[in-house]
Design a binder for this molecule. Structure first.
Ligand code: NAP
Length: 254
């Protein structure tokens, strides 16, 4: 799928799924703006594949506006975007959770989606077409347990927001979809795992996922690139699971 001439923006583009998407879109000929909060990391990714690096905290309204202004100056158009920056915290049972930890996750995952999507959609409305993909998660439909309360709530909200946007922007030729990864081998996946637990947990996950392995960032990037492309021209309001069959599986033993 040749994407020459297309322009895309990717948040969380400095790592994991976002980085894989930036690299994949570039390899298909698109111009890409990679946005992340860590300057040296996102500049490293962008320099390596010829993308534009944008440094912003997605929860910061002015920073996101300024980043898109830089994108406008460089490319002057936007065909699609992946709203993907996110954080996960093991928050504990809800009755023990602090408001600070709740707010931190909601600020990045949900407010960040709003602010990034708002800028992207404004440009797609101007262009009269476009495709927005938002990274949700399998937890939007099936809870894993372990006290990721705000994280799960933020992902459910993202999937609901995607449906709202699909209905509102469909008549303008703009498609909005969610991609819902299962356990995917990125830094976020292992952030809160003690080093000596990584391999044992990897083995447990491999045993639980029907496809017998964790997802790779590229697995998700391929689904995103498809949703962003004209090949998905009649797909909007969908949540595309990229989870190796995880959410198709019942936990009942018989
Ligand atoms: P990742 O490798 O940690 O990448 C996420 C990137 O987003 C990081 O570079 C991170 O920077 C950045 N970021 C975080 N907060 C930000 C902010 N406020 N402003 C700008 N950038 C910010 O993790 P990933 O697994 O690729 O995650 C990408 C998305 O996939 C997330 O929305 C996540 O919830 C979702 N997801 C992941 C999995 C999984 O198993 N990995 C499963 C389902 C859904 P820092 O490193 O500085 O935080």
């Amino acid at each position: 799928m040749d994407l020459t001439g297309r322009v895309y923006a990717v948040s969380g583009g400095g790592s994991g799924i976002g980085r894989a998407t930036v690299e994949l879109l570039r390899s298909r000929g698109a111009d890409v703006a990679a946005l992340d909060r860590d300057r040296s990391r996102v500049e490293g990714v962008a320099t390596a594949c010829g993308a534009l690096a944008l440094v912003a905290d997605v929860g910061d309204e002015e920073a996101v506006r300024a980043a898109f202004a830089t994108l406008d100056e460089r490319f002057g158009r936007l065909d699609g975007a992946l709203s993907n920056a996110g954080i996960a915290r093991v928050e504990g049972l809800l009755h023990t959770e602090t408001a600070a930890s709740w707010d931190e996750v909601i600020r990045v995952n949900l407010r960040g989606t709003f602010l990034f999507a708002r800028e992207a959609l404004a440009r797609m409305v101007k262009g009269g077409r476009g495709s927005l993909v938002c990274t949700s998660s399998v937890v939007s439909t099936a809870a894993i347990g372990g006290g990721t309360n705000a994280y799960t709530a933020s992902k459910g909200a993202i999937t609901a927001l995607v449906r709202q946007l699909a209905v509102d922007y469909g008549p303008m030729g703009i498609r909005i979809n969610a991609v819902a990864p299962g356990a995917t081998d990125t830094p976020l996946m292992w952030d809160t795992t003690p080093q000596d637990q990584v391999e044992p947990i990897r083995t447990i996950i491999n045993g639980a996922v029907p496809m017998a392995r964790l997802g790779s960032p590229l697995d998700v990037a391929h689904a995103v690139a498809w949703l962003l492309s004209d090949e998905a021209a009649y797909v909007t309001g969908a949540e595309l699971l990229v989870d190796g069959g995880t959410n198709a599986k019942s936990t009942l033993p018989v």
